[in-house]
Design a protein around this ligand. Structure first.
Ligand code: SF4
Length: 474
């Protein structure tokens, strides 16, 4: 298998129908080939290739060429599934990383009801606003430690109902899992896990309930790959690998994770081509002083996140453990080929009413973050129209024609802002001042040029907006 980064568009093009029919939304097959290699489209968009039997062989060949060396595995019901793994490369600079590491917090069935509820509340409420994104913890891993299968089932049911997210069920004893086959079928949790001693029962459980499974062989790669081979032989392909997280041997842990990902991405070693599970929660089972554990766990999680862990199972219930991790994850999984963007749309700042100002800006994440934070600091109540400039800042997108009067006019119409305010005044960024007359012409709105620097916006709105509103409202 050739690495995707070594493929050329012409190699892809040769296998496409070459009819330039446009059904994929591209002008030509060559344009489609280029987009495929840039991961901007998917093979199934070429319907003739998928549907016409005469292209079957080419389709299969292309699928093989474009196959991810690290399989993506999902858990949870189809409508709210969580995906882990699914990468083409080891390092983001080679192309991009696709699937951010999933973060799960451990709850075990020996905890009191209060403790379980408190932890669930922590997971649900954890939220950090960063560059216009909401950073969150993904889910919960429910661990079997009580030795009481009924108790475990009750806790799993409770967590499932209360959290409403896909779950990870951690038990090396197959019995409690075997008792909840219906739940497994309905919820498709990730099972953690199959080991050297329980694999036969775990294998038959996974085959029967069709759930993904983590194979856990800490410190024993030969056994890990041997079990992957066995599971594959019996048709179980949705696997994750846990090669072991050793808090007192971080160097060894990281080397092992790196070796597995290297084998998958650079050596075509298919048995290594599965998502990796890191368990920073292991810190809590060491003699590290209790007050240091949340920090130690955070550092270990950060190390694993940048060294190929696709899923992290953690135990701390302190927000400061997770804050650096979710920010690191956001930055690490940003596509280096594209500017960071926020979703375009009409955003609300404060509590605006029908006489509040309407501002417009670009969707470059940093600009958006600075503008909203300046407005919030100034306690402004306003509507903010965020235009799709493909992540370019205002001055660049004005020059590139992405922040243009036509785009703004269309966006203004589609946003529904006309039904929210009684005035027709639009405040544009100072850096787009030259567009003011044409925007007025295209939109029919009065355009006011705002400050060059958004830090001056609160004062601008406080001192000038009442006057502007009075002048143009009649
Ligand atoms: S749909 Fe397929 S055949 Fe048609 S233009 Fe796109 S890539 Fe070419």
């Amino acid at each position: 298998m050739v690495k995707i980064t070594k493929l050329s568009p012409i190699q892809i093009y040769r296998l496409l129908p070459k009819t330039n029919c446009g059904k994929c939304g591209e002008e030509s097959c060559m344009a489609f080939a280029v987009k495929l290699l840039n991961l901007q489209t998917t093979l199934d968009k070429c319907r003739p290739l998928v549907e016409d039997p005469k292209y079957r062989k080419n389709y299969e060949e292309l699928r093989k060429l474009l196959k991810k060396p690290v399989k993506d595995v999902y858990f949870g019901p189809e409508d709210r599934k969580i995906v882990i793994g699914g990468e083409y490369v080891m390092h983001r600079h080679e192309l991009t990383l696709l699937t951010p590491t999933v973060i799960a917090v451990e709850i075990d069935d020996s905890m009191s009801q209060d403790e379980i509820e408190r932890r669930l509340d922590f997971v649900k409420r954890f939220k950090y606003e960063y560059l216009g994104f909401e950073l969150r913890i993904d889910t919960v891993a429910v661990k079997y430690v009580s030795g009481d299968s009924d108790r475990y089932m009750k806790v799993v049911e409770f967590v499932r109902e209360r959290l409403g997210r896909p779950l990870i069920l951690c038990s090396v004893d197959p019995r409690p899992l075997e008792q909840m086959k219906q739940l497994l079928r309905d919820e498709r949790p990730l099972i953690y896990g199959a080991t050297e001693s329980n694999w036969e029962r775990m294998l038959s459980l996974c085959r029967e309930a069709k759930v993904p499974c983590t194979i856990s062989c800490p410190g024993n790669l030969d056994m890990l790959f041997s079990l992957v081979k066995t599971f594959n032989k019996y048709g179980v392909e949705d696997l994750c690998l846990d090669p072991g997280t050793f808090p007192k041997s971080i160097g060894y842990t990281v080397k092992t994770f790196t070796a597995i990902r290297w084998l998958a991405c650079n050596e075509e070693y298919e048995l290594a081509g599965y998502p990796l599970v890191g368990v920073p929660a292991t810190v809590w089972y060491t003699d590290v002083p209790d007050d240091v554990k949340p920090l130690y766990e955070s550092a270990l999680a950060a190390m694993l996140l940048i060294r190929f862990a696709d899923l992290l199972i953690m135990r701390s219930d302190k927000a400061f453990t997770y804050l650096p991790i979710v920010i690191l994850r956001k930055n690490y999984y940003t596509d280096p080929r594209r500017p960071s963007t926020v979703t375009p749309g009409l955003k609300i700042v404060g509590n605006p009413d029908e006489y509040s100002p309407v501002l417009v800006t670009c969707n470059f994440a940093l600009t958006y973050s600075i503008v909203t934070s300046d407005l919030e600091k100034g306690k402004a109540n306003a509507y903010l129209l965020v235009i799709d400039t493909e992540g370019y800042a205002v001055d660049v997108s004005v020059a590139a024609g992405k922040f243009s009067p036509d785009v703004i006019a269309k966006f203004l119409k589609e946003s529904g802002i006309e039904n929210k305010v009684k005035h027709r005044v639009l405040i544009i960024p100072g850096k787009a001042a030259k567009l003011a007359p044409e925007i007025e012409e295209k939109t029919g709105w009065k355009v006011v040029v705002g400050p060059l620097d958004s830090s001056d916006l609160p004062k601008f709105l406080e001192t000038k907006w009442p006057e502007i509103l009075k002048k143009y409202l009649q």
